[in-house]
Design a protein around this ligand. Sequence first.
Ligand SMILES: *Cc1c(COP(=O)(O)O)cnc(C)c1O
Length: 372
Amino acid sequence: MTRPIKAFVDTKALKDNLSCVRKKSAQSQILSVVKANAYGHGIERVFEGLRGSDGFGVLEVCEAQTLRDLGFRGPIVLLEGVFDPRELEDCSRLQLWHTVHCNEQIDWLSRHKTHKAHRVFLKMNSGMNRLGFKPEQFKSVWNRLNALPQIEEISLMTHFSDADVVGGALRQVETFDLHSQEVIGERSLSNSAALFLNPHNNAIAQDWVRVGIALYGGSVNHPTQLAQAWGLQPAMSLRSKIIATQDLQAGDTVGYGSTFTARHPMKIGIVACGYADGYPRSAESGTPILVNGRLTQTVGRVSMDMLSVDLTPVLGPENPPPLGAEVTLWGASTSGQILEIDLVAHHAKTLAYELMCGLAHRVPFEVLDDTD
Ligand SMILES: *Cc1c(COP(=O)(O)O)cnc(C)c1O
């Protein structure tokens, strides 16, 4: 038997999540964000599930190239724009839309030779203070950009820092509206959180929504609510097996650092999954995990290739022996029980985003198509 760990990408979950997103704003077009190799899922693997999107948002030219190679002809936006002037050639060749967030990018554009003018997303820094032009400069920057022959159309965008709390986007929406009111162009403001916390609010959803985590079935306001409460399903499931068991006596300890001590006799299972697979080492004893679809918890430290689980809830004469049992680290078990990735992330003091993106290269993937 090869090492039993495997990640599954669920095409039907992606499609359902995409329609869930669409229902939150019927008037907006959806840019499905597939940066970081589709949040660790793999662009090729999610493409079938997300091909109904109106466009895609990416970070790197190579991701855009992958989408074109897969046959996607619609809009693709480079969310941070080009990192050097040569990438403008790629934008022309692949017909990419690109963000413009600083004056250097405009200088590069002004010197770029192209047959076909570009569509760009001019970014306002409405309070996040990461990328974008100051609100007061927005109009004059737009004027400068608009005068370039290299530009075909300018859309306007900004990004929220606090969209995952109720009312958290409002201050930035006000700033954006105030300083873009004399500027024409389609608008793009919302990420997943802004859309889900302000459904059917066209002032926030506007023309294009840029949605990532919701499509992959992560919560949009972790840890307040879980993805299932939003009608979202896990697109990624990480599963492995129990490869050994140990019977502990009271006082026995488990794993490196002996951080877990058995208080009474118990049976534990050793799972073929560790931090070298992308499971967070910061997940302490008590992190939820499914064995044969039943909820139990981890015991002791996560090591490089293994972790341990309490088998108490899966023992009993009527249950199958635990050796070889299926373990769901996050996502859905084969029998359909769901362990929310946000719960695991919460125990590890991180986010679903980081767990998805951090899945290690050595974990093999399988794509489940809609008919599975
Ligand atoms: C990543 C990203 C998004 C998507 O954010 P989610 O929280 O995953 O929906 C939207 N806009 C920009 C600019 C991004 O970088």
